[in-house]
Design a protein around this ligand. Structure first.
Ligand SMILES: Nc1nc2c(ncn2[C@@H]2O[C@H](COP(=O)(O)OP(=O)(O)OP(=O)(O)O)[C@@H](O)[C@H]2O)c(=O)[nH]1
Length: 306
């Protein structure tokens, strides 16, 4: 039996279908806006490390892109990232969203998740039924019983990432599987990813929120320059220059809008959040560039970090 009073530290991967609420869960756990959250599926493309601390444990969370069919090269590399992430983890959280449609959650997906992904890792799996706030008490119990009977995870629990319910129980259920007895990071560090990564995620989030249809999926954001000068000279703002990469001229026109109005709106919304994240004033300059079919080209995907 693990000693509950000892300190524990280790890696936990969060895996689930697109739109399961992984980013919302991570943000709630860390009480800080780390990964981006939008109502559209597949906005999380890169692994994000968030670090949770309490007086009994430190959990380093590995977020994964949603699992889906490898239709495009982009998806293939996302799936590879997910597999690597699962193998790096000490414990895996299978995050399955509750549903009100024909069944309480997607059993076909859950089956596929265990058969194609989780079973072969031989890692302990904690199954978290997210969005449990949309179910009533009986539905929650029924769903958890089905999960326990069919897939036998180490533990199955209902959570609501949005409302923050079940989060402490989730942390408690992870603790026995964390192998280290000392923390790996100081307790004031929430993430090892650099600030410029979060800045690009904010810009990408705003693209997702502001534009419809195919634009967000054809977009990549690259930070070209990140000049920190405010700390040394408080009369100056930090300067961030960023390129928004799209696939076609038509997408560029939409992004920029009439007389640049759409891009200006995007920049204002992004700057507000970036200043909030960094806690200092920022001058943000956005450029829109066309790179035909970047999503289909291996070398381009690589240069954007996929
Ligand atoms: N009702 C309810 N909605 C939730 C809950 N958690 C997340 N959501 C909503 O579900 C949607 C998707 O949440 P995200 O956190 O972006 O999902 P994700 O799994 O990170 O999505 P990807 O970007 O596809 O990886 C958002 O509209 C959230 O507000 C929850 O506990 N209850």
């Amino acid at each position: 039996m693990p000693n509950k009073t000892a300190f524990a530290c280790g890696y936990a991967a969060i895996v689930g279908p697109p739109n399961a609420g992984k980013s919302t869960l991570l943000n709630k756990l860390l009480n800080h806006k780390l990964s981006i959250v939008t109502p559209k599926p597949q906005t999380t493309r890169k692994k994000i490390t968030g670090i949770y601390h309490n007086d009994r444990c430190q959990i380093i969370f590995l977020d994964t892109p949603g699992i889906m069919d490898p239709i495009q090269k982009l998806h293939e590399s996302m799936l590879k990232t997910t597999r690597t992430t699962l193998n790096e983890a000490d414990v895996i959280i299978a995050l399955i969203p509750a549903s009100k449609r024909t069944e309480l959650f997607d059993r076909t997906f859950t089956n596929m998740l265990f058969e194609k992904w989780l079973d072969e890792t031989k890692k302990p799996v904690i199954m978290a039924l997210n969005k449990a706030d949309i179910l009533n008490e009986k539905e929650r119990k029924d769903a958890l019983r089905i999960i326990q009977d069919h897939w036998q995870p180490r533990k199955a629990l209902a959570v609501s990432a949005l409302h923050g319910t079940g989060i402490d129980a989730l942390v408690d259920s992870l603790q026995p599987f964390l192998p280290l007895d000392t923390p790996l990071y100081p307790d004031d560090i929430l993430s090892t990813a650099p600030e410029r990564f979060f800045v690009s995620e904010i810009i990408r989030e705003k693209v997702f929120l502001q534009y419809g249809q195919e634009i967000p999926y054809a977009t990549e954001v690259v930070i070209d320059e990140f000049k920190e000068q405010h700390e040394n000279n408080p009369s100056k703002k930090d300067v961030i220059r960023s390129s928004i990469i799209v696939e076609r001229d038509s997408q560029k026109h939409i992004l920029i809008g009439k007389k640049g109005a759409a891009l200006k709106k995007l920049g204002m919304a992004a700057r507000k959040d970036i200043e909030e994240l960094l806690g200092r004033p920022v001058f943000l300059e956005l450029f829109v560039k066309v790179r035909p079919d970047w999503r289909k080209k291996k070398s381009m995907l690589k240069s954007y970090g996929y």
